[in-house]
Design a protein. Structure first.
Length: 199
């Protein structure tokens, strides 16, 4: 009986250590993303939920700029401007949290803090953190985050959504000192654009 109890206790302890280690890895990855001056990176997204999309992202706190061949999005923490290149239109909105989540590959990473169980696996030089929703109210049921074991830079996100898995590959990650003006649409740069205010 004592032996069974000991095995049970060891299993519980191992589970706690793994979960804590997974959280520590994500804490360090988030600290890298939250560089005070900002960060920039290239990304490629594939999946049924959002289709295939590639481009670059710049971030500084809640501020975001996303560039793709189809569009450019600026978000200064309050207002979002979406420039559709094909139509030369700029839609101005006050976005919801869900809309911001849809344009920001890194936004998913903060979800581990609440409503998810996490486990850790070492894969070569990388860590793989597997997040599983603890209830069905979460918008994403599962996520796998690949983190460099030395730099704690995220190189891939796999996100399970209602329409299947979405894969996001991140390359050319850089810490930077980004001017706040980068996150606001400048009408002088797009004099031919039609501005549509949807606020």
């Amino acid at each position: 009986m004592k032996r069974i109890g000991m095995v049970f206790m060891l299993t519980l302890i191992c589970g706690v250590v793994t979960a804590q280690s997974a959280k520590n890895v994500l804490d360090k990855a988030v600290a890298v993303i939250n560089n005070k001056g900002g960060i920039s990176a290239d990304f490629q997204m594939t999946g049924k939920q959002y289709g295939n999309l590639s481009g670059s992202i710049a971030m500084k706190g809640p501020k975001i700029q996303v560039k793709s061949p189809q569009a450019i999005v600026w978000f200064n923490g309050k207002t979002m401007w979406t420039y559709i290149k094909k139509n030369q239109e700029v839609n101005v909105t006050t976005p919801t949290a869900k809309e911001i989540q849809a344009i920001n590959p890194y936004n998913f990473i903060n979800m581990y803090r609440k409503g998810y169980a996490c486990s850790l696996k070492k894969n070569g030089n990388n860590y793989q953190v597997h997040l599983t929703a603890t209830n069905n109210k979460q918008p994403i049921s599962e996520m796998i985050v690949t983190v460099n074991g030395k730099t704690y830079i995220i190189s891939q996100l796999r996100i399970k959504q209602p329409k299947g898995w979405t894969d996001i590959t991140i390359k050319n990650f850089k810490k930077a000192n980004i001017n706040d003006a980068v996150f606001t649409f400048n009408t002088k740069d797009y004099p031919q654009a039609e501005i549509i205010d949807l606020r």
